[in-house]
Design a binder for this molecule. Structure first.
Ligand code: ADP
Ligand code: MG
Length: 757
């Protein structure tokens, strides 16, 4: 390669075929080649992990030290026992928070909340409250600022719950999730987790419903656990969210407008090497990537996020991070923080972190495994079967409640994770199918069968795995094998909901999980109570109800291969819903049963629920709207010119060759040109077809403000017409990529994006 200076005095590389070479792509490759691992701001030899962990969090340790004893106790009662927050302590807490934050270099604070955009929101205010009479700075942070904020609600999605003139919204402090300091290159900001609602009190965010669902889970769970012999004061759900993601070099990212604006590659032929060698999964982690992971971990440790596991995932350039589970509210805040930190730190390392569910077609997409369980105030796991699950009544009652909840509300849970991005992944042979079912594992399935069929209980003796090598000891087997294809699998002492998309906020699916579980626990309570009231022993009553409820709900249990086509036939026979995409799923959100469920447990009013439905439909349209525009724009202004340039070269060469050899036979080359011209025509036709489909709908899908009911119609139109038209354009471009002179191809190819670090 040689260096060239273009008429605008920009330096560029010239490849073998001269100045027409696609500069962005080759520049990117040179940039990537020169990259080195970037060091982290934390040195564990100087500052051990124990010292770093939580150093940016206003946690219990800090509160115990800084708050007067009485205030600390009052606050703990609110956090641990769900007592209403006593507003009179707010000033004291706010003052302590401010002093702590300022001592660590903070100048600003913000309420940190989760509007219905799926991401976080923040508006920073300085602690500076004015200038004193002497001209100095007055610093202030009162309880009022801690407890309440007043963002303009009109610019956040409301799903039709407000008109623009009703712009007032409120944020309110959530004391159950700790405040923290967010660091940037030039200072720190105190972030206070809050809820967000409208002037009329409707939840405009993702957190309020989650907190309501946790309340319902607690009320019903405590009642049920204690009815069957427990002595439980509080029940909460625990969550551990395994997070998958892709990394690509920043230089490639900047040369791919599709990835910049839609989060995924809208074009790109399958690379010659994908994931078929199975050599990336758990492979040795490349230096630059490991440096990035460690830097992220350091930042997350400071924020008290207990990240534990890191590894290469199945697809090239795909990775996973998993935390230690925590109480649901904190765990979900922490997952939001994790995504934010990963995005930010990636750029420091010359990388980009992609959370999209399917950034590269042809290799695996990314999901988020939501590990979920129930625990009491002492941290005891209520879904732990113990050594003899068949005799653990409380466990069996809770397990039965989960099975019934899945059988009753599986469609709703499916709908809670529906999005345009997740549609590209669910149901493909890499992710759970869209059919919801429960996997229990061999041991528990046997227990369930024995109970529901009223058979004798068998006790299974512990088994071992033998390596067959004298020097290696036998190791005990877990009581069940794994089933990686199940969307909702019991994994020892928790359920793993695997269908969530990697980019999604997990607030809503967890809200749904908690609420459907609350309803199911209530059902179990009522049934058991009826029998007890007739004079039966609680344990006997519980066993009787477990038996009948398991029997009624058995169709949801499936242990086989969820990827097989046999399963969709079998599921259809069992009457299980198969909601293949967002459009088919969304109506579940506004079904009468769903409305009744959420109303009963005060999680969503009908209006709040319909708002979620509208927001999701609008988001779907907006996503497709962005994607088709990008498709047209890139195909027309980036791909087509490169193709025409190559076509021109071919034509010129053929003409010149003919002239030079005086009419000799070059039919092979002419044939190649002819086929090439046809391929370019195909691209043009595909673009015209897409334009014709979209033209009649005023301005294209999602062009409006996206909050009215016809968003649903528009979403259908996108699904049925726009997506296939877009796919057709892509197919022609991906085909052309395999023929155009490599030095002219403008977009970084998958073989570069996925492999060069
Ligand atoms: P996998 O084998 O599915 O990849 P990992 O060990 O990577 O499992 O992740 C399991 C996740 O489940 C971790 O985040 C872990 O903290 C979480 N987990 C374990 N126990 C519970 C529980 N009781 N409740 C919620 N999450 C849990
Ligand atoms: Mg997992």
């Amino acid at each position: 390669m040689a260096v060239n200076i273009d008429p605008n005095n920009r330096l560029s590389f010239v490849g073998r075929s001269g100045s027409q070479q696609s500069r962005a792509r080759f520049d990117a490759m040179s940039t990537v080649k020169a990259r080195q691992p970037v060091t982290s701001s934390v040195n564990y030899e100087e500052t051990p992990l124990e010292e770093i962990f939580g150093s940016n969090v206003f946690n219990r340790n800090v509160m115990r030290t800084l708050l007067p004893k009485q205030v600390y106790k009052t606050l703990l009662r609110c956090i641990d026992q769900g007592e209403a927050l006593d507003p009179t302590i707010a000033d004291v807490v706010a003052n302590a928070m401010k002093d702590w934050a300022i001592a660590r270099g903070a100048t600003h604070f913000t309420h940190w909340f989760h509007p219905m955009t799926g991401s976080t929101a923040e508006k920073h205010d300085a602690f500076l409250a004015g200038t004193g009479t002497e001209g100095g700075a007055l610093i202030e942070f009162s309880g009022k600022f801690l407890i309440q904020g007043e963002p303009d609600a009109s610019s956040f999605p409301s799903g039709g719950m407000r008109s623009t003139f009703e712009a007032r919204g409120y944020t309110g402090w959530d004391p159950t999730s700790p405040a923290f300091l967010m660091e940037s290159a030039n200072g720190k900001t105190l972030c206070i987790p809050t809820v967000f609602c409208s002037f009329g009190g409707e939840a405009l965010d993702e957190k309020t419903p989650l907190l309501r669902s946790l309340q319902a889970l607690n009320d019903t769970g405590v009642r049920l656990a204690n009815l069957v012999g427990g002595n439980v004061k509080r029940i909460s759900s625990t969550v551990g969210a395994e997070q998958e993601y892709f990394l690509i070099d920043d230089a490639f990212y900047l040369a791919r407008p599709d990835i910049i604006y839609s989060g995924r590659a809208l074009f790109g032929a399958r690379p010659p090497k994908g994931q078929e060698m199975e050599d990336h999964y758990w492979g040795s982690i490349k230096d630059r990537v490991l440096a990035f992971m460690m830097d992220c971990e350091a930042e997350l440790y400071k924020l008290g996020v207990p990240v534990k596991t890191r590894h290469n995932e199945v697809a090239p350039a795909q990775f996973e991070v998993a935390p230690i589970f925590e109480s649901a509210n904190t765990a979900i805040d922490h997952n939001m923080l994790l995504m934010e930190v990963f995005r930010k730190i990636a750029q420091k390392h010359g990388l980009r972190c992609l959370f999209h569910e399917k950034p590269f077609s042809g290799v695996n997409g990314s999901g988020k495994h939501n590990n979920w369980s129930l625990c009491d105030e002492e941290g005891n796991n209520l879904l732990d079967p113990g050594h003899t699950p068949q005799e653990n009544v409380q466990f069996l009652v809770m397990l039965t409640a989960v099975i019934r909840a899945m059988n009753t509300y599986g469609g709703l849970l499916r709908a809670s994770i529906a999005s345009a991005g997740n549609d590209l992944r669910l149901g493909a042979n890499e992710a759970p199918p869209a059919i919801m079912s429960v996997y229990l594992g061999e041991g528990l399935t046997r227990v369930v069968e024995e109970i529901s069929e009223g058979k004798e209980k068998s006790s299974s003796s512990p088994q071992v795995v033998q390596f067959g090598v004298a020097t290696l000891p036998d190791i005990p087997k877990d009581n069940s094998d794994r089933n990686r294809t199940s969307p909702f699998a019991f994994t020892g002492n928790k359920f793993e909901f695997r269908a969530i998309g990697s980019s999604m906020s997990i607030f809503f699916p967890n809200t749904v999980l908690n609420t459907m579980m609350a309803e199911s626990m209530d059902y179990m309570y009522d049934q058991i109570k009826k029998i007890i009231d007739k004079g039966s022993d609680p344990v006997k009553a519980a066993e009787q109800v477990v038996r009948s409820v398991l029997k009624e709900n058995k169709r949801i249990i499936f242990s086989g291969d969820n990827y097989s086509s046999d399963w969709s036939d079998e599921a259809a026979k069992r009457g299980l819903p198969n909601l293949r995409n967002t459009i088919e799923s969304l109506p579940e959100l506004v079904k009468d049963e769903t409305k009744a469920l959420f109303k009963k447990y005060n999680v969503f009013t009908e209006q709040e629920l319909v708002a979620r439905y509208n927001v999701r439909a609008a988001n779907f349209c907006k996503t497709i709207n962005i994607e088709w525009q990008l498709t047209r724009n890139i195909a027309t202004t980036i791909i087509m010119p490169a193709c025409l340039e190559y076509q021109n070269r071919l034509a010129t060469t053929i003409l010149q060759t003919k002239a030079a050899i005086g009419g000799g036979n070059i039919a092979g080359q002419e044939g190649f040109l002819r086929t090439f011209v046809q391929r370019v025509n195909d691209l043009q036709y595909a673009l015209e077809t897409m334009d014709n489909i979209i033209a009649p709908s005023s301005g294209g899908p999602g062009a409006g403000h996206g909050e009215d009911a016809d968003q649903v119609l528009l979403a259908k139109f996108c699904q049925e017409q726009v997506i296939p038209a877009m796919n057709e354009v892509r197919a022609t471009v991906d085909e052309l990529e395999l023929y155009v002179d490599d030095s002219l191809w403008p977009l970084p190819k998958f073989r570069e994006l996925l492999y060069l670090f």
